[in-house]
Design a protein around this ligand. Structure first.
Ligand code: ADP
Ligand code: MG
Length: 726
């Protein structure tokens, strides 16, 4: 036999729970010391690792080689601490703690743990969730699912106190963080998060700090000692603070006695009233966040069915009293605040995972109807009385995305970078959404596309979390469209709130390889206007070679010159340079590479029929190769020909050489030009265009259009949000 468990991996305390198969109720699994919750502290000693209360005491006494609160650094690649010369990341420390919890629970249960549901704060980003899964893996645990702490708590509560159509405010004040979540219980056993917010610099520790200050002042007044100059005495006070705070949760006042070096024994009295007065601003900060949540959901206090207290710090009587003043009703305390999260995880651990297929995607640009909106409209219905659910099986979690997911994109007017939100916040997960982009691939070298995924919905990309740099590789040059490809990128949040990115090219039904890299340290350019950000497109060098043999005399040359001037006008010369060659029996560079449109047009207009001979003995490809040989960026040559060239073989070979050197070639032919020859001198069949004289301008125009976007790789147009199957 083996069991599934639920684990609350907390910042300050952790707990393991299982479902009792007889009562069908979850219960906590006591640790080796018989405690239901275990401090999330590790002490490294010569004799090995120490966990639990002993480690916590050591940490509070300021002993060396202790690690605590490492959950705060979950997902960060750097070491959280260095112990005995060895660096430890938060993942490694969490893995040690999880392994300990697993072993202790297995011993207590007399059974192997098969898999676990682990809870994380709702606001946890993808990287933090992934890190949690990684830590569990290192600890030898198979993660069945990651669920959000408030949802777990709501489940533990809902199991025995289900209310149909109820709005539950989950108020979680832990050791270092405060989270408040509005959950909705609907008619059919479904619990869904509506909004969630948190303050990650507000928790029990802040109350400890205030208690420490209170104690210092009192002891200083009593003893006349200055603790600011007495480190040892300062530590003593700090060590007392949390304990006194906890005592005041059940007593009106506490006598605190201790001795100080060089002074001796001293005692002071602290009252609950004094403590509450000195911390009222902290309590009020939690209230502000509750109000913000209500506002976001469009609810008033009276729409809230119940407030559920979670987290050890809600044991302070001032919390319930404060909420009662705000809300007018006493928050419920059916479930032990330190236990609710682990108990809910245990309930979830007996359930099967859902999959993407079970949830339909309802995000569509244009059509704004999301799960959330339909939910919000249901939140004012009458609440049906509480009851016991018909067993655990009926209860289901519909978890939502705490953070929107977007990507860095160029604003419509091209002036700056923005966060293009693809999946909104508070949308039911798992969820997938895809977008399509016009992307120009190069013929030469590796074609890669860079994607910066963002978590958050702030417009400035840098105000959001940027988990990774995704590099899509293996894009192929699309010959039929002069490099233009449609790249479809699909973003998803899985069941666990972990993001994933997939990409496909054109009509292909297979995914392109994607590499994940750390985000570059300097991302500042994405916060600047694009010009200043130096986001210059790849330089583009274009050579136009025009046939000036006798057959071009008159209208053909006039039309060709017009088309070429139009072509120059169409190019973006901020990153493009153009050169012009005349070719017939010989070759002449009429205009060297320039970004001066006027000069170029002048040179084009100066071209004369027969200026390099009236026959077609020559070809321009060697000259083109020489001209572009040392140039950077994209290299492109357009050859305009009418009639047939004498030495086609040599011309074709020279054109091939150009292609091998990374010069793309296109040929526009009219009049008596040979179509097969045009294809042979073009780097792609599609680059060979055989047109009527009157269509010359259009032919050049189509090349300019594709080249005009060719330098600036990336987003051109974005279509509606969609998904792809499979
Ligand atoms: P976390 O979720 O951050 O790991 P918990 O929910 O277990 O933490 O809460 C831990 C916090 O609760 C600590 O700051 C602790 O001091 C505080 N706490 C625990 N019991 C009490 C109590 N009886 N009175 C006041 N605070 C308490
Ligand atoms: Mg907690």
């Amino acid at each position: 036999m083996s069991v599934s468990v639920g684990i609350d991996l907390g910042t300050t305390y952790s707990a393991v729970a299982v479902m009792d198969s007889e009562t069908m109720q979850p219960r906590l699994v006591p640790n080796r010391e018989g405690d239901k919750i275990t401090p999330s502290v590790i002490q490294f000693t010569e004799k090995g690792l120490i966990f639990g209360r002993e480690a916590e005491d050591a940490f509070n006494a300021g002993e060396p080689d202790c690690a605590a609160s490492f959950k705060r650094s979950m997902g960060r690649p750097e070491a959280y601490c260095v112990i005995d010369g060895k660096p430890y990341t938060a993942v490694e420390l969490s893995a040690l703690l999880l392994a300990h919890l697993k072993e202790a629970a297995e011993q207590e249960l007399g059974d192997k743990i098969r898999d676990a549901v682990i809870t994380v704060p709702a606001y946890f980003y993808s990287t933090e969730r992934e890190a949690t899964v990684a830590a569990a893996g290192k600890a030898g645990l198979k993660v069945k699912k990651i669920i959000d702490e408030p949802n777990a708590a709501a489940m533990a509560y809902g199991l025995n106190h289900w209310r149909e159509n109820a709005n539950i405010l989950v108020y979680d004040l832990g050791g270092g963080t405060f989270d408040v979540t509005l959950s909705h219980m609907n008619g059919n056993g479904e619990i869904q998060t509506v909004v969630t917010r948190g303050d990650h610099f507000l928790g029990g520790r802040d109350w400890d700090d205030r208690m420490e200050k209170l104690l210092r002042d009192k002891f200083e007044a009593e003893t006349g000692l200055a603790f600011s100059e007495d480190e040892e005495a300062g530590r003593t006070i700090r060590g007392l603070a949390e304990g006194v705070k906890k005592q005041l949760s059940s007593m009106q006042s506490v006598m605190v006695k201790t001795s100080f070096a060089g002074y001796g024994y001293a005692a002071v009295r602290v009252t609950r009233e004094e403590f509450e007065e000195s911390t009222s601003d902290l309590t009020e900060r939690t209230g502000a966040l509750c109000r913000a949540i209500l506002e976001e959901a469009g609810l008033r206090w009276r729409d809230i069915t119940d407030i559920l207290l979670v987290g050890g710090s809600t044991r302070m009587p001032q919390v319930a009293a404060y909420l009662m003043r705000l809300y007018g009703k006493r928050p419920i305390a059916h479930v032990n605040p330190d236990e609710a999260v682990a108990l809910g995880a245990a309930i979830q651990s007996t359930k099967e995972n859902s999959g993407y297929s079970q949830l339909s995607v309802t995000v569509r640009s244009g059509k704004k109807e999301t799960d959330r909106e339909s939910l919000l409209s249901n939140m004012h219905l009458a609440v049906k009385p509480s009851r016991r659910l018909e067993g655990v099986g009926v209860m289901r979690l519909k978890e939502t995305t705490a953070h929107a997911m977007g990507m860095i994109a160029v604003s419509e007017d091209g002036s700056r970078y923005i966060n293009d939100v693809i999946i909104p916040a508070n949308h039911v997960r798992p969820v997938k959404a895809a977008k399509a982009f016009s992307f120009y691939t190069k013929r030469r070298g590796e074609n890669e596309m860079e994607i910066f995924v963002l978590q958050g919905d702030k417009e400035n990309p840098l105000d959001n979390q940027i988990p990774f740099r995704y590099v899509v590789t293996g894009l192929s040059y699309n010959s039929g469209t002069l490099g233009r490809s449609i790249i479809r990128v699909q973003y998803s949040y899985d069941d666990n709130g972990i993001i994933n990115v997939e990409a496909r090219q054109d009509e292909s039904r297979t995914n392109l390889p994607i590499r994940r890299e750390p985000v570059p340290e300097d991302m500042s350019k994405y916060g600047l206007p694009i010009e200043q950000a130096g986001a210059v497109p790849e330089p583009l060098n274009v050579v136009m070679a025009i046939d000036v043999s006798g057959s071009m005399h008159g209208a053909p040359l006039v039309e060709a010159k017009k088309a070429m001037c139009g072509f120059v006008n169409n190019l973006d010369l901020s990153y493009t340079r153009v050169a012009v060659m005349a070719v017939s029996d010989n070759v002449q560079t009429v205009c060297a590479l320039t970004d001066d449109a006027e000069l170029c047009r002048e040179k084009i207009n100066s071209i004369l029929c027969g200026q390099t001979g009236f026959g077609n003995m020559g070809h321009p490809f060697r000259a083109i190769e020489e001209l572009l040989e040392r140039e950077e960026g994209r290299l492109f040559a357009v050859v305009l020909a009418d009639g047939v060239w004498n030495d086609q073989q040599t011309a074709v070979e020279a054109a091939r050489r150009c292609n091998e050197r990374g010069i793309e070639t296109a040929a526009i032919g009219f009049g008596g030009a040979d179509q097969q020859f045009l294809r042979n001198i073009s780097s792609e069949d599609a680059n060979a265009m055989f047109v009527a004289q009157s269509e010359l301008a259009r032919a050049f125009g189509s090349i300019a259009q594709s080249l005009g976007c060719g330098g600036a790789e990336g987003v051109m147009g974005v279509n509606d949000i969609d998904t792809w199957e499979g």
